[in-house]
Design a protein around this ligand. Structure first.
Ligand SMILES: [Zn+2]
Length: 400
């Protein structure tokens, strides 16, 4: 039998190479590494589900160290850092992802979006704006525009906010006209602070052109006209408000009554508008305005207005006003302050009782945000608690 030396010639080098590879490659280690990354990953997930975020971060860091090329783990880790308020590390993780050349277009956009959120949370608004602007023409463009709008509101950059709201409006992302009117009012307020009355008036008129139903623009324009002595035009603006934004009429009632007292021509009209509104649904501001239109010494007529209100709506604030018409007795001297009520008809309230009632009714005269429940004694067009626009009910708590 003839021995084939060809096999030996090939077999020896192959055996040598196989031995060398075996020495460099430990199969046990390979198995261990192959399993350790997913194990850390699932450990992290488990911690997340148990709301143990610190432990989850440690597990994800371990997983990322085993597999530095993975993107999902980096995203998970970056988002975890952000949710924990560790903005520096979140920015570093997402920036690291963006710097990678092997990232797909989708993951690049995602990392840019995540980085924008990091900057926003960290309060680095200049960098957030630049980052959000890079998201144009990506699937995140719409969200980026809404975030930019919020950013411009936060920085009181009203011209940019108007431009962005116009973009959103033209992209059919909903109606932003009410917001644009508010931005115009904010610009008017800044003009007034600098003493630029004409520019302020122009900004308010522009706001009304954009959104004629804007109660704020109408009301602030009326106040400006009143300050300039144009009571007639101020009255007309508020009459328009009653027509175009009837829900906001409680906010205008006191000004309407004040203007009517200066302008006899409008007095009857104002009284009619307020009486009709009060008849439709009683309101503390309407009854106060109507009472203020009556002569101070006509206590009987004032009393009737309050009683009519109470017959339709039980209200502690209105009851307190009716009681106040009876006058107050000084507890030390026993003397009664002039009230105009016939002393034979009623006894005056002791001052301490009047004060206690006044204190009890104050919380009822606040305004309340429908979005977060925050209450305030002054009306806010944007809630200081939740930043929502037009979330305050124009009616006071007692009228709700
Ligand atoms: Zn709120």
């Amino acid at each position: 039998m003839e021995f084939d030396l060809t096999w030996a010639l090939w077999g020896l080098p192959l055996a040598f190479v196989g031995g060398w590879l075996a020495s460099r490659f430990d199969i046990r280690q390979w198995r261990l590494e192959g399993r350790s990354a997913p194990k850390s990953y699932f450990k992290g997930l488990n911690y997340l589900l148990n709301e143990q975020q610190d432990e989850a971060i440690d597990a994800f860091i371990e997983a990322v160290q085993h597999d530095p090329d993975t993107t999902e783990l980096h995203f998970a880790l970056g988002n975890l850092f952000r949710s924990r308020g560790d903005h520096d590390r979140a920015i570093r993780v997402h920036q690291h992802l963006l710097d990678r050349s092997d990232l797909s277009r989708g993951d690049t956009d995602r990392a840019q979006h995540a980085l924008s959120l990091d900057f926003l949370r960290a309060g680095l608004l200049d960098r957030a704006e630049a980052s959000l602007r890079r998201l144009q023409d990506t699937p995140y463009a719409s969200e980026a525009q809404v975030l930019l709008l919020a950013l411009y509101e936060r920085t009181s950059d009203w011209p940019q906010a108007i431009a962005m709201a116009e973009q959103l409006e033209s992209a059919n992302r909903g109606s932003f006209k009410s917001r644009m009117a508010h931005y115009g009012c904010e610009m008017a307020r800044e003009h007034l602070l600098r003493g630029h009355t004409e520019q302020a008036q122009a900004a308010l008129e522009q706001a009304l052109q954009i959104h004629p139903e804007s109660a704020r623009a109408r009301l602030e324009l009326a106040h400006l006209l009143e300050q300039q002595g144009h009571t007639d035009r101020a009255c007309s603006e508020l009459q328009a408000l009653a027509q175009l934004a009837p829900n906001a009429l409680p906010l205008a009632a006191a000004t309407m009554a004040r203007l009517a007292l200066c302008d006899a021509q409008h007095a009857a009209q104002v009284q009619r508008v307020l009486t009709e509104a009060q008849h439709r649904r009683p309101c503390l501001d309407y009854v106060d305005a109507l009472v203020s239109l009556l002569p101070t010494n006509d206590v009987a007529s004032r009393s009737v207005l309050y009683l009519e209100h109470l017959q339709r709506e039980p209200s502690l604030a209105v009851a307190n006003r009716w009681l106040a018409l009876r006058g107050v007795t000084d507890p030390d001297t026993g003397t009664q302050e002039a009230s105009g009520v016939n002393s034979a008809e009623s006894a005056a309230l002791p001052a301490v009782v009047a004060q206690a009632l006044q204190k009890a009714t104050l919380p009822l005269q606040r305004y309340r945000c429908a979005a977060c429940g925050f209450e305030a004694s002054t009306y806010f067009w944007q809630c200081p608690g939740c930043q929502t626009w037009d979330s305050y009910n124009p009616r006071r708590v007692d009228d709700l």
